[in-house]
Write a protein that binds this ligand. Structure first.
Ligand code: AMP
Ligand code: ZN
Length: 452
């Protein structure tokens, strides 16, 4: 029985879905204006973690993630420039080129980390029409109003505003600074649709003139379009709680007149050397940076497992070394067990592993179970339990390093040929690989080399 901490009720709850065995899950995705850093990837490893744990429990996951390619201003609270436009000026490219480039970077790095990506990955700019319809409904139902700057959500109309982040909005209002925009009914009213100045590059026609969406509306609308009016689980980083998710809840619940998301899970931040990561401190590492320093993406994937998602995790190169070494020792033992002849009853380990992951994703405990099991006499029974656990861990148990470079190159040549629809070459290379004792298993977006 899977238990999770629901940030909305602030309680550990038994996980439940509306439809038996199917999870409608929404995860806030990246703003594609720059290289994602390892803190961002902690958030997506968390999403991967939940998806795999749900699947391990036999659920089918209907996962959706947005790609923010418009509307996210430099401050989460509707201030500053659009991050996409800042990037566009910085790199002298169009916002569309920026979005395309950094979406690819995100997907490539996520694949390196073996992140189980959601079934639907949806750019905000692909649902502009739907956003306009959604905003129209909010206006028609009296939840939104127009000013000279745009369409705003009237938070006074939604009494539960602040419940997720535990904020008393009246108390906040009493201490609020003087609102610069006198047209807004409350300083916390947030923008749904921005009326664009002529020179603004990203803008669309709307009933309110040319403009572009506010940041929060995309998640309500994409959730609605791909999952419908009931979402079992919604994930994101803790930074989203006070603004982005409060706003999403207000928009979605008022749009439908009922609670849309049943459970919320939030990831605590990754820190670096005990402090914040920032560009100015020069401590914003990407996965590529770690690789340059001799670590693999998988080392960082394993590092994620060593802290509970609801606690801050401190990144240091010493702790990454520790993760790397632990991972190495697990792989070494896995190799020994693969050919081990002892008979070992692993049922209690299987139970402990399941209990750990189902205890609100207690991965440090699950890893301890793995380590304990690997100390058993060398046994294929242990290896097969480990393979089962690996549905959650997602590491390569037997290192690809053991596959000769020549084979890897052939496999890649075949893959490229396949992508180019050059079936003759692809088939010829497959025959060559078979002759050398290897076969290829094609997957959704890549392949696995298997030694025959
Ligand atoms: P952004 O691309 O800026 O919209 O952020 C993408 C995701 O990364 C969000 O879910 C944030 O919550 C998350 N995030 C940003 N910084 C960190 C961090 N230091 N640790 C963990 N998650 C983070
Ligand atoms: Zn979101």
């Amino acid at each position: 029985m899977l238990k999770i901490f629901n940030s909305l009720t602030k309680k550990i709850e038994q996980f439940k879905t509306r439809e038996n065995g199917i999870v409608n899950m929404y995860s806030c995705g990246p703003t594609v204006y720059y290289y994602p850093h390892i803190g961002n990837f902690r958030a997506y490893l968390f999403m991967d973690n939940i998806r795999r744990v749900l699947k391990y429990n036999g659920y089918k996951v209907n996962g959706v993630m947005n790609i923010t390619d418009v509307g996210h201003l430099t401050s989460d609270a509707d201030e500053g420039d659009d991050k996409m436009l800042v990037a566009s000026k910085r790199e002298n490219k169009s916002p569309w080129e920026i979005a395309k480039f950094y979406t690819n970077v995100f997907i490539e790095e996520a694949k390196k980390l073996n992140i189980d990506l959601p079934e639907y990955i949806v750019p905000a700019t692909s649902v502009i029409e739907e956003m306009i319809e959604f905003v129209k409904t909010l206006i028609a139902r009296g939840y939104a109003y127009e000013t000279s700057k745009g369409i705003y959500f009237d938070i006074a109309k939604f009494s539960a505003y602040g419940a997720l982040a535990g904020m008393d909005i009246n108390e906040k209002l009493a201490g609020a600074r003087i609102e610069v925009d006198s047209e807004k009914r409350s300083p916390y009213d947030f923008v749904l649709w921005v009326k664009a100045p002529k020179e603004h590059i990203m803008q669309w026609d709307s009933p309110w003139g040319k403009g572009y969406p506010g940041w929060h509306i995309e998640c309500s609308v994409i959730g609605d379009k791909y999952l419908g009016e009931y979402i079992d689980l919604h994930t994101g980083g803790v930074d989203h709680k006070p603004v982005h998710h409060e706003n999403e809840i207000a928009q979605s619940n008022c749009h439908y007149g009922h609670q849309v998301v049943n459970a919320w899970m939030h990831l605590e931040f990754l820190q670096i050397d005990g402090g914040k990561m920032s560009k100015s401190l020069g401590n914003l590492y990407t996965i590529a940076d770690l690789e340059t320093k001799g670590y693999s993406a998988e080392d960082f994937r394993f590092f994620y497992f060593l802290a509970h998602y609801s606690k801050q995790q401190n990144f240091t190169f010493d702790s990454l070394d520790m993760a790397k070494n632990t991972l190495k020792s697990i792989k070494n033992l896995a190799k020994e067990h693969k050919t081990g002849l002892a008979k070992v009853d692993t049922s209690s380990y299987e139970q402990d592993f399941l209990d750990s992951i189902n205890d609100d994703l207690n991965m440090p405990k699950a890893i301890a179970v793995v380590q304990k099991m690997l100390k058993e006499e060398r046994s294929q029974d242990v290896y097969s339990s480990l393979e089962k656990f690996n549905q959650v861990l997602g590491i390569s148990l037997i290192d690809a390093e053991e596959i000769p470079q020549e084979i890897k190159e052939l496999a890649e040549k075949r893959w490229q040929a396949k992508l180019n629809r050059d079936w003759t070459t692809a088939d010829a290379v497959r025959v060559e690989l078979t002759a050398k004792g290897y076969s290829i298993k094609d997957k959704k977006d890549g392949y696995e080399i298997i030694e025959n």
